[in-house]
Structures are given as structure tokens and as C-alpha cells.
Ligand binder design. Structure first.
Ligand code: GFB
Length: 294
């Protein structure tokens, strides 16, 4: 989802010499394959968006896969970028790198100031390692490697599998199918009380290209909207957009995860970047795309 959005954004801005291999063509966990790719393509600028990602259930169920795949991808690419003289690399992390109970909104400097949320600890530790790789390769070797920490993302090309997806695509699918089947209710996991901040992926892509062009510092940068909502409010918005008339039920056997993770985006705003897509507008775009794809 993120990689294809960055490619679309670069193309919109007139860039043409873009290489974006699919995972079938290049297994980024394989160091030799990554080195061969860098030796052949000699990229000048690298957007490291590739990662093993998933929602709360997938993160909680497959922690070994989340830590191994992500550590391997990051280490192979960041080291190859150094060895093959990449001019600049942007590493993408996640807002789950911050402590579970961090003060809100979360400033960049809260990293490593407390315990992580257990449901996504493996993924968070891998992403923290990626930030530190960039910092230390900059410090020791002088590489211009920067990191961006996006909040919860959604958009076209998202994963709609109900076991491994994030909440927003899961609810779009659940409400859509419930409407088609004339079901009386839709199940929302957890209490619905946690708050989340959602950023449309095309806005993230625009921010990544902006940072690649204008930001050259060691500190990672939060990328978000600066606004969050409760999961049950999100469910109501999606229910209205899909026009489902039934009820919403809670399944409290499923975890809530971290209570809140609203990013402080003052650093990014100070640099001159702001998101443009509202949550409702973004959900409508994704829902239209989802229906067309059926
Ligand atoms: O989006 P989500 O899976 O990820 O869940 P996290 C957010 C909230 O929505 C949780 C609730 O409180 C879920 O219990 N929720 C309600 C649902 N209904 C559903 C549903 O049908 N599916 C899903 N998936 N959730 C992930 C991390 O955390 O966020 C990753 O595990 C990463 O590491 C990613 O950081 C952005 O926001 O809880």
C-alpha cells in the first residue's frame, strides 16, 4: 500500500527513473539478493517502505515473523545503501515504536522512555532498530539516512483480510458484507474506546517525498494529522458511508491494544507540511475503490 502510493506520488511529480521490485522478484530478507540488486540498479535515493505489517491480531499472533522479517529487510537495505553509496535513504517506521503509556500527543523525543505495548512489541522493536541503524550509519559513516514515523495508515491497496488487517479496512469489509447479506449487526473488536489517528496513504506518500527533498537531520519525524478518534466513532463513520442500517456489537475477547497514540506533528508542520485528506473523504475514496475491485 505505502510503496505503490510513493511510486504514484513520484510519477505525479514528474519523476520517471523509478525501480520498485515486487517481493516475488526480490526477497529483501535475503542479503545476497539485496546486494545484487543494489550493485545492478545503483539507486541514488531509496524509500524503505517494505515491511511485514498487520493489525493487532497478526502482530500479537506472529511476533517471530514480525521481528525477523523486519530486522532482515532493514539491515540488508540500510547496509547495502551504505556500501553502494546511496545519496539518501528514507526509512519508514510506525507510531507503535513509542511507549504504551506515552504522554499525548507523542513527541519524537519520547522514543525509548518507557515500556512498549505488548501486542506489537516485536514489530516495534524491529522498527526502533531501523531508526537506530539510520542514526548510527549517519554518525559513523556520514550517510544521509532519515526516518519518518507514520501514524496508523489506510488507503487503496490496503489488506482487507479480516484476520491480518488493520481496523479501518476490516470495518469497511465487515459493514459492506453485512449490508449485502442484510445482517442485523457487525462485530467490532475490543471495547471501541481506544483512540487512533488515521492518515490517508497518499498524504503519507506526499510527506515522504517532501522529507526526501527537504529534511536532512538525524532525528526521526512524526507523520500524522494531529487528530484522533475513538474506534467506536470510526465504526459509526464507516457504517454511515457504507449505509449499513444494523447494529454494532463488541467482541471484548479481542484486545484493545494501546489506549491512545496521537502523534505530535509540530516538527513536520514547522517544516511546512500538512495533510490534505480528511478522514471521511479518505474513507469514501477507499470504499469506492473497494467496491470497484469486487
Ligand atoms: O488497526 P488495529 O489492528 O491496530 O486495531 P493497532 C486498532 C483498534 O481497533 C484495536 C480495534 O483496539 C482493535 O481491537 N478493532 C475493532 C479492530 N474492530 C477491529 C477489526 O475488525 N479488526 C482490527 N484489526 N481491529 C497496530 C499494530 O496496532 O497498528 C502495528 O499492531 C502497527 O504494530 C499498526 O503499529 C499501525 O493500532 O492496535
Amino acid at each position: 500500500m505505502v510503496g505503490s502510493a510513493i511510486v504514484r506520488d513520484l510519477q505525479r511529480k514528474g519523476f520517471t527513473n523509478i525501480v520498485s521490485p515486487r517481493s516475488k522478484e526480490l526477497d529483501l530478507r535475503n542479503q545476497q539478493a539485496v546486494n545484487d540488486f543494489f550493485a545492478k540498479e545503483k539507486p541514488d535515493y531509496v524509500f524503505l517502505a517494505a515491511a511485514k505489517v498487520g493489525g493487532i491480531h497478526a502482530n500479537n499472533t506472529y511476533p517471530a515473523q514480525f521481528i525477523y522479517d523486519n530486522l532482515m529487510i532493514e539491515t540488508n537495505i540500510i547496509h547495502a545503501a551504505y556500501v553502494y553509496g546511496v545519496k539518501k535513504l528514507l526509512f519508514l517506521g510506525s507510531s507503535c515504536i513509542y511507549p504504551k503509556l506515552a504522554p499525548q500527543p507523542i513527541k519524537e523525543e519520547y522514543l525509548l522512555s518507557g515500556l512498549l505495548e505488548p501486542t506489537n512489541e516485536a514489530y516495534a522493536i524491529a522498527k526502533i532498530a531501523g531508526i537506530e541503524l539510520c542514526r548510527f550509519y549517519r554518525r559513523e559513516y556520514g550517510c544521509n539516512f532519515i526516518s519518518a514515523m507514520p501514524t496508523n495508515l489506510y488507503g487503496i491497496n490496503d489488506n482487507f483480510d479480516l484476520q491480518s488487517s488493520h481496523v479501518l479496512p476490516a470495518l469497511i469489509r465487515k459493514f459492506h458484507e453485512a449490508k449485502q447479506q442484510n445482517a442485523g449487526s457487525v462485530v467490532m473488536w475490543g471495547t471501541g474506546k481506544p483512540k487512533r489517528e488515521f492518515l490517508y496513504v497518499d498524504d503519507l506518500a506526499d510527506a515522504c517525498v517532501f522529507l526526501m527533498q527537504h529534511y536532512n537531520e538525524e532525528n526521526h519525524v512524526n507523520v500524522g494529522t494531529g487528530e484522533d478518534i475513538e474506534i467506536r466513532e470510526l465504526a459509526e463513520i464507516i457504517k454511515n458511508i457504507v449505509a449499513f442500517k444494523g447494529e454494532i456489537e463488541n467482541d471484548i475477547s479481542k484486545p484493545d491494544g494501546t489506549p491512545r497514540k496521537l502523534l505530535d506533528v509540530s516538527l513536520l508542520h514547522g517544516l511546512g507540511w500538512r495533510h490534505t485528506t480528511s478522514l471521511e473523504e479518505g474513507i469514501k475514496k477507499v470504499y469506492n475503490w473497494y467496491i470497484e475491485k469486487q
